[in-house]
Write a protein that binds this ligand. Structure first.
Ligand SMILES: Nc1nc2c(ncn2[C@@H]2O[C@H](COP(=O)(O)OP(=O)(O)OP(=O)(O)O)[C@@H](O)[C@H]2O)c(=O)[nH]1
Ligand SMILES: [Mg+2]
Length: 201
């Protein structure tokens, strides 16, 4: 009887919380992606105007619920001097969304270097990674195959964890739902990083 009641309590008043880091170079579109996600998935969220977003110096936080799962997003600043802060969050996170500016061919190798450094961190072993090829609404952007080719030599470092490259426009919202739904599926099935239980009363 106790087990039944505690199970019912958990079902009704607790969420499985998963922390998702949003990383990538400055100007990639991380905060725009976070705002777009909050607006799309939270019915009563009155989003800020996407054009008013400025560069992130600290940390932006946002949550999105998917049934019993709650994703807690941590959006960090991508400027070079802020990248040294990224690894402080690795041990606590359940998934990483790595945002690439598909229009910035010049900085693509810089983005790849930052990605490689991140993905080789032991504290992120087995954590699913979503590579978001952002700004696909701009006609002159690099295609997904082009980006995959540049990142292909990271394959051995990515290893056997879940990893997906997803075309996206944080500005228009295209690809945002697909990316987040994929991430939910991956973090829920990853037994190596169980969620935190959070009361929602
Ligand atoms: N066209 C287009 N512009 C975008 C898209 N996503 C973001 N932007 C623009 O790119 C610029 C940077 O966006 P942010 O979301 O601030 O980038 P960020 O990655 O959070 O940057 P930092 O906070 O400095 O690390 C802004 O002018 C956005 O409007 C997109 O999908 N399409
Ligand atoms: Mg930002």
């Amino acid at each position: 009887m106790y087990t039944l009641l505690s199970g019912l309590y958990k079902y009704m008043f607790q969420k499985d919380e998963y922390c998702i880091l949003i990383l990538g170079l400055d100007n990639a579109g991380k905060t725009t992606f976070l705002e777009q996600s909050k607006t799309r998935f939270n019915k009563n969220y009155k989003g800020m105007s996407l054009s008013k977003i400025t560069t992130t110096v600290g940390l932006n936080i946002g949550t999105v619920d998917f049934g019993k799962a709650r994703l807690m997003f941590w959006d960090l600043g991508g400027q070079e001097e802020l990248q040294s802060l990224w690894d402080k969050y690795y041990a606590e996170c359940h998934g990483v969304i790595y945002v690439i500016d598909s229009t910035d061919e010049e900085r693509l190798s810089e983005s790849k270097r930052a990605f490689e450094k991140m993905v080789t961190s032991e504290a992120l072993d087995g954590v699913p990674i979503l590579l978001l090829a952002n700004k696909q609404d701009i006609e002159t952007c690099l295609s997904i195959p082009d980006i995959k080719t540049v990142f292909s030599d990271c394959a051995s470092k990515i290893g056997r964890r879940d990893c997906l490259t997803q075309a996206c426009s944080a500005l228009t919202g295209k690809g945002v739902r697909e990316g987040i739904e994929w991430m939910v599926k991956c973090v829920v099935r990853n037994v190596h990083r169980p969620p935190r239980q959070r009361d929602i009363t």
